[in-house]
Design a binder for this molecule. Structure first.
Ligand SMILES: [Zn+2]
Length: 555
């Protein structure tokens, strides 16, 4: 399945119009004999042509500068060529021309009919796009196309494209039609309807088209989608194959929780990495790191605790996990006599208790910070080496640096493998659920400070105590900070509204978006928010009731 085929730059246009039931997108069916995506319904588009960057064409682009185009796409040069290709392909394939005359008047029905004969000559390469635009004195309306998506075809197809998706409102006066050779039919469909028809086997949509339609389905009007696209941060989706628990291959996109782990552990895109989170199975994440999941799944532990083996020769165990015999045996087997150190991120009962059994079997040195005197702690964990913030450990040729990250637990450490910039986060950042901040050992103020700390570190990937590897660490840290501050704002507005509520009254108001069965856990997080606000002098508590502290100005 390995496929080193380079992805060719391409552009595609989502033409939208408003139908009686909501926005509709223009789709074309490719001929069954096409080399790429035969028979599938696609948006108009295609590969960039060298001539799309011809200076004569670029001079005829209105509404967008080259610098703006580069910045929007995140490329150094050549950004505007994607807009040109989008307009050109849209005209060739759908007959809809997003252009205007030199007077600024958009192409209308009569003008479109007059220009229609050029389509086949352009498509066949018998007429240069620059010559067409100059001869007909047309300017491309690049400002009408909003950048909306970025997809890179997964390996395994006959061709691979690195495609920028643009969104445009279909000009009311131009109807659009397929070319009759490469494209054998065309239709306007509501995104949701297209997805449903695909599910019924009535039409074929490929991965990127289907996902893009799903992204569009939430908009009530075409203009809403366009306005969203003008503001939205566009993410690159490098579609990837991986194997599931049954060995079957599936395709993944960026929004899938497995996405970054697949790319990290399968940089050659073989599609053969397995994404099942199975307890006891040693999963090789990269040349230095193997993960074994403990058999302790649950509401607080997700699929179970992640134990990591790290090293090039001798190995460190990071977070040995709960003292479950089968788990200890799996870790020892994967360690194959090379375990020399056991490190804990913190001393909660799902992270450190197996340390003793692993030390007994291997003589490994225990490293971390001792347990604070609070309930729910593994008081038996006795580190022989206590780490301070910034301490470095040499593991053979690798370097691990400790970051003190209190918040979830006062003795919490993250470990940065400096060679690959992987950060082992323990419970400071978890994949798939929100970290519990449980006072008094849990501390919301410290937690936010420890998230800020990550923003100052050069990190490529997070290896959490629960769940998959997490990509884009700084973005994730910023997301978590935003999430907590949004909750804090909700606490403050509920206090303003309710006057002097109790904790029980507050939890209903602040966690109205959380299922009642989770209100017990939410109550602890709420207590953590209130403790932070009290420490900051913004909230006062008296007789189990909470009130806002008025600033002097508010009298
Ligand atoms: Zn924990």
């Amino acid at each position: 399945m390995t496929d080193k085929l380079a992805a060719r730059p391409a552009a595609t246009v989502l033409l939208l119009r408003d139908g009686s039931l909501g926005p509709e997108a223009f789709l074309l069916q490719r001929t069954r004999s096409a080399a790429f995506l035969a028979g599938a319904y696609v948006f108009p588009g295609g590969a960039l042509d060298k001539a799309d960057e011809d200076i004569r064409v670029l001079r005829r682009v209105a509404g967008l500068s080259d610098a703006e185009a580069n910045a929007r796409l995140g490329v150094e040069v050549g950004g505007l060529g994607y807009w040109v290709a989008a307009v050109r392909e849209c005209f060739e394939e759908s007959g809809i021309l997003l252009a205007e005359g030199e007077s600024g008047r958009p192409v209308d029905a009569a003008r479109a009919a007059q220009l229609a004969p050029y389509r086949s000559a352009l498509h066949a390469g018998k007429l240069a796009f620059a010559d067409f635009l100059e001869r007909e004195r047309l300017l491309l309306r690049a400002g009408d196309l909003a950048y909306f998506g970025h997809w890179i075809t997964a390996p395994g197809r006959a061709r691979r494209f690195d495609t920028r998706f643009f969104l445009a409102l279909a000009p009311a006066e131009q109807a659009g039609s397929h070319d009759g050779s490469e494209l054998i039919s065309s239709l306007w469909l509501r995104p949701q309807e297209a997805i449903e028809r695909e599910a019924r086997g009535e039409l074929e949509l490929v991965f990127a088209t289907k996902n893009t339609l799903a992204d569009l389905a939430r908009f009530a009007r075409a203009r809403d989608a366009l306005e969203h696209a003008r503001e939205a941060e566009v993410e690159t989706n490098r579609a990837c194959w991986a194997l599931g628990p049954d060995g079957a291959a599936s395709l993944f996109r960026r929004r899938d929780p497995q996405y970054f782990e697949i790319h990290w552990s399968d940089p050659d895109e073989t599609g053969l990495t397995n994404v099942a989170l199975e307890p006891g199975v040693a999963k090789r994440l990269d040349p230095y790191v193997t993960r074994i999941i403990a058999p302790n799944p649950g509401m607080m532990t997700g699929p179970g605790t992640n134990t990591y083996l790290v090293g090039d020769q001798d190995l460190a165990v990071i977070d040995p996990g709960p003292a479950i015999d089968a788990h200890v045996a799996a870790v020892l087997a994967a360690g194959a006599g090379r375990i020399r150190w056991v490190l804990c991120t913190h001393t909660h009962l799902d992270h450190s208790p197996a340390a003793a059994a692993i030390k007994a079997a291997t003589g490994a040195v225990l490293i971390g910070r001792p347990a604070p005197a609070h309930p729910g702690q593994d008081a038996g964990f006795a580190p022989e080496r206590v780490l301070e913030h910034g301490d470095r450990l040499m593991l053979g040729g690798l370097t691990l640096r400790a970051l003190h990250t209190p918040g979830h637990a006062s003795n919490h450490l993250c470990y940065l493998l400096e060679n690959t910039r992987m950060l082992f986060t323990g419970d400071h950042v978890m994949q798939g659920s929100t970290v519990v901040i449980n006072p008094p050992d849990g501390d919301m103020r410290a937690y936010l400070g420890s998230l800020e700390l990550l923003l100052g570190e050069d990190i490529l990937i997070l290896a959490p105590g629960h769940g998959y590897l997490i990509g884009e660490p700084h973005r994730e840290a910023r997301r978590l900070i935003r999430h907590r501050l949004a909750r804090e704002a909700k606490v403050l507005s509920a206090l303003a509204r309710l006057g002097a509520p109790t904790l029980e009254e507050l939890v209903l108001a602040v966690y109205d978006d959380v299922q009642p069965r989770l209100h017990g856990v939410a109550m602890r997080s709420l207590a953590a928010h209130l403790a932070k606000l009290a420490a900051e002098g913004r909230v006062r508590v008296a007789e189990l009731r909470y009130t806002l502290v008025q600033s002097p100005a508010e009298g």
